[in-house]
Design a protein around this ligand. Structure first.
Ligand code: FCB
Length: 471
């Protein structure tokens, strides 16, 4: 791969001090990122880091089942041990603090905190209580996601998100968590990326539970969003002072030509990736075009559901990674046209920071009630290695810098973006790609569980310290 960054003077550090020389991470002087109230944080998710899948009463989740199924995850990797964060959480929080992060986004594992009858599991709850209390002691803001894909397997056995009852079970879970942790959480996020849960889980089967029908995807999405709306009501009742939001992954689609057919294809790509989730949340309806793309897949919606789903939110979390270049498939849909000669990451994803700015500006225009936004995930995978105790992740440094500049551009264009979380604090279990893809700003040696901050982490830490020192 060729990257302009390869020629960067920071590409070959010789000593630790060289790592911090220069201003590789310093935003332009007029950047909104210098504002002290622009939050800089790091994100993780339970199944990707915790391990300890059978400890202290944790029940199996759909990802335990899926990753144990041959052929579903690269190299047969599972989350059974992962980063062993369940045992190493104190060290990991020390690291978070040492890197000066101001906020931590993590997720609670539903199968750890409730038994199959919905009764609280004190040991699992104790783990998250200690984590939250320690974060508070350190002065790090707490952003807790309730559902980052690890559905209890016993609920999947009764249909998972195809069963409307799962939405009510999710609300019970949100109710319990917000009663237990009221006052310890600064911001609650109900769902992480319902698009992935619904489409990858039920539409193409690449993720757990591995089902593959468009009709399933739209119904699962409806129940996910219904669960979200019901959960928001519970969170508001039990923990009034925290912020409540949801996290959506969003995709930028660009047309291969100016032809009306290709432009429609690009729009439909964005309907399928973005409006499918954002229209119900902020307009109280599903986009009609979705059902032109997937005819006959309208979900069963009961009276009052859309009002529940569209309950006002305090913030929207946006996860952004790449853009997709598409053309018409000759019918109602789109097909991807892989562009040659563009910069890509270890995932093969195109590096396209402008997409983030364009989407944010577009959402502000489309949704007049768009709440304040946090970028709840952004980052990239690279094949990082430790050499002489250091990890030179030059492409990531450049990637983060360019995406932060795109966020700044969106703020200047009038979008209310309040913060940015890098995905991820640690290298971790990257779902269907297992441990091969390394997204962390901290390297993890899975043999020894040794953590090594990469150069990107050191530069972020330095920037946050520098910003804090400014008068
Ligand atoms: C997002 C997921 C997150 C991580 C990144 C790379 O879709 O929310 O868990 O896997 O992608």
């Amino acid at each position: 791969m060729t990257h302009d960054i390869a020629a960067s003077p920071h590409a070959a550090p010789t000593a630790p001090s060289a790592t911090l020389e220069g201003d590789a991470f310093t935003p332009s002087p007029d950047s909104a990122l210098w504002r002290r109230d622009f939050l800089l944080g790091a994100a993780t998710a339970s199944y990707q880091i915790e391990g300890a899948v059978a400890e202290d009463g944790r029940l199996p989740s759909i990802w335990d089942t899926f990753s144990a199924t041959p052929g579903k995850v690269l190299a047969g990797d599972t989350g059974a041990v992962a980063c062993d964060h369940y045992h190493r959480w104190e060290g990991d929080l020390d690291l978070l603090e040492a890197l000066n992060f101001e906020a931590y986004r993590f997720s609670i594992a539903w199968p750890r905190v409730m038994d199959a009858s919905g009764r609280p599991n004190a040991k699992g709850i104790g783990f998250y209580r200690r984590l939250l209390e320690r974060l508070k002691e350190k002065g790090i803001q707490t952003f807790a996601t309730l559902y980052h894909w690890d559905l209890p397997q016993h609920l999947q056995d009764r249909g998972g998100w195809l069963n409307r009852d799962t939405a009510y079970r999710f609300a019970d879970y949100a109710d319990l968590m917000s009663r237990e942790f009221s006052g310890l959480v600064d911001a609650w996020m109900t769902l992480n990326e319902p698009w992935c849960s619904a489409y990858l889980g039920y539409g193409n089967g690449h993720h757990a539970p591995g089902l593959a029908q468009a009709r399933y995807a739209t119904q699962a999405m409806h129940h996910l969003l219904l669960g979200h709306g019901l959960a928001v009501a519970a969170l508001r009742a039990n923990d009034p002072h925290s912020a409540k939001g949801i996290v959506a992954n969003v995709g930028r689609g660009t047309p291969d030509s100016d032809s009306p057919a290709d432009r429609t294809a690009a729009r439909r790509f964005e309907v399928q990736h973005n409006a499918w989730i954002l229209d119900p949340l902020f307009k109280g309806e599903y986009p009609a075009e979705l059902f032109e793309l997937w005819p006959g897949t309208e979900p069963l919606v009961l009276d009052g559901d859309m009002q529940t789903i569209a309950a006002p939110l305090d913030f929207l979390g946006i996860n952004y990674y790449f853009r997709t270049h598409v053309k018409s498939d000759g019918a109602h849909g789109f097909v991807e046209v892989p562009l040659a000669g563009v910069e890509r990451t270890q995932m093969g994803w195109e590096v396209y920071p402008d997409g983030l700015r364009d989407l944010l500006v577009g959402f502000r225009r489309t949704y007049e009630n768009l709440p304040p936004v946090y970028i709840t995930e952004n980052g990239m995978a690279s094949d990082d290695r430790v050499r002489d105790g250091q990890v030179d992740d030059a492409q990531r440094i450049s990637f983060l810098k360019r995406h932060l500049a795109a966020v700044d551009a969106a703020i200047k264009a009038g979008v209310d973006v309040r913060g940015y979380f890098v995905w991820s604090l640690l290298d971790n279990f990257e779902w269907a790609f297992g441990y091969e893809r390394r997204f962390g700003v901290v390297h993890v040696d899975y043999g020894t569980q040794m953590r090594t901050p990469k150069r990107s982490a050191e530069l972020i830490a330095r920037f946050i310290a520098e910003r804090g020192a400014r008068v």
